[in-house]
Structures are given as C-alpha cells and as structure tokens.
Design a binder for this molecule. Structure first.
Ligand code: C5P
Length: 238
C-alpha cells in the first residue's frame, strides 16, 4: 500500500476519532509493524504492541512507535505473583507506554502491585502517568459464566486500575458497575467481515454506541484487501 496515494482518497479524520482507535500490530517483526503503523496513521492514534511484537522486538518496538507519534498500548496481559508483576511493571512504566494490560484473573493484590509498579516506573523516568487496564474475559471466550465479568470489573476497581478490556456485549454491565473506568473493546469487525477467532465480535458502531472509549482493531484492517479503505470505514462509523 502506498500511504500517500491511499490517504488522499479519504476524508481527514478528526483527532478525537484517532484517539479512540488502537491499531493492533500483531506481527512478529518491527519492520512490518512500522510499515503498517506508517500506512494506517491517518486513522489510528494508538498503536498496540502485543505478545508477538514485544517478544520479537521488546522496548525497541515501543520507541519506534512513539517516534512515529503514536501513543503506545502495551498488551502483555500480565498474570503472576504480585512481587513479580510489581517489578516488571516498574520497568515497563519507564518505557513510555500510555496503556498496559494486566489480567484481572490475577486478583486485587496482583493488580494493585502492577498499578503501583507502573506508576512508580513512569514517575522515576519523568514520564506522564500511564493507565493500567485489567483484562476481564478474552473476546475469543464465549464460555465464561455470567458472574465472571461483574466480578472482574469489581476486582479491577478495587485493584486501582484506570480501565478495563472487555467485549462489547459486556459494556452495559461495566457502565453500571464502574462508570469511571475507561472501557477498551477488542474484537471489532465491520458488518459481514471475517470474525477469525473472535467469538464475541462487534461492529465499531455498536461498540461506540454502547460506551467503548477505545476500540482495538487488528485483522479487520491489517488483513483487509484494502487496509486504508477498511480503516476509513471504521473511523467514519464511530
Ligand atoms: O485482529 P483482532 O482485531 O481480532 O485483534 C484483537 C487484538 O486484541 C489482539 O491483539 C488480541 O490480543 C487483543 N485482545 C483481544 N481480547 C481481549 C484482549 C485483547 O482480542 N480480551
């Protein structure tokens, strides 16, 4: 994709929309991640680094995306004993990420250890405070019993997280239980698009209308025949 040519065909997207769209760079190679990040920047203000990219390129990936002007969302879904999580988040907080995920399954003490470590790491590095996000139930999982999401939302609140990651179908319960938590929704698909392994997918319209603050978009754009057109369609719909 030649970004200059493809961008010219589409209306310019407002900054407030770009800030609500996170591009999931689920590739294991920084060159490819960088190429996607450059090409899709007109529509996305946040770049999500997941397990694949962090495993291959680690902190360099975060630096490269920050240099492009992105806010970085580090999606490691941390889940370990509180001490280990605290020590890792201290390091991660010094890297300049805006969001970091921890798994709510780890419980209140683990989340609190992570929230504190992240804040301390950022502080020590003189960086703005990042937001800790608790992952409730994976969007690929449609087998969790109904009490699990409310429990994990409460754990996120008690653990001091600034937000939660949840499926669009859980937005209403999250709004009721914890209106002040930022709501981050993956599993976004354009109507009729391939779902891949996402069991609880939603259209960007539905997610936005139900109160998603940040929409995580991966394959609906990165694997589209025309990624720029798919990104433009998503941006136009929220
Ligand atoms: O390609 P797709 O849009 O399905 O990518 C979704 C992204 O969101 C992936 O990077 C995945 O790791 C992440 N994610 C998710 N469900 C969660 C939390 C994160 O799909 N509950």
């Amino acid at each position: 994709m030649n970004s200059d040519e493809s961008v010219a065909e589409f209306p310019v997207v407002d900054e407030s929309v770009r800030r609500r769209l996170a591009l999931a760079l689920d590739v294991d190679d920084l060159v490819e991640a960088h190429r996607l990040a450059v090409a899709l920047k007109p529509w996305f203000g946040v770049a999500k680094v997941g397990l694949e990219l962090f495993s291959s390129d680690g902190p360099d990936a975060i630096g490269a995306l920050r240099d492009l002007g992105y806010s970085v969302f580090l999606d490691l879904k941390l889940f370990d004993i509180p001490t280990t999580v605290n020590r890792s988040t201290k390091v991660l907080g010094s890297l300049g990420v805006e969001y970091l995920t921890l798994h709510a399954l780890g419980g209140v003490d683990m989340l609190r250890a992570g929230v504190e470590g992240l804040a301390e790491g950022a502080d020590n590095a003189g960086l703005p405070q990042p937001t800790s996000l608790a992952v409730t139930v994976l969007t690929s999982d449609d087998t969790a019993p109904p009490h699990i999401v409310p429990n994990r939302v409460r754990v996120a609140l008690e653990g001091g997280c600034g937000g939660i990651v949840l499926a669009a179908s859980d937005l209403q319960i999250a709004r009721e239980l914890a209106p002040r938590l930022k709501r981050v929704v993956p599993g976004i698909r354009l109507a009729g698009g391939a779902r891949h392994d996402q069991a609880r997918a939603a259209t960007p319209q539905d997610a936005a209308a139900n109160g998603a603050d940040l929409l995580v978009v991966g394959r609906a754009v990165t694997k589209a025949e025309d990624p720029a057109a798919a990104a433009a369609a998503i941006a136009a719909s929220i």
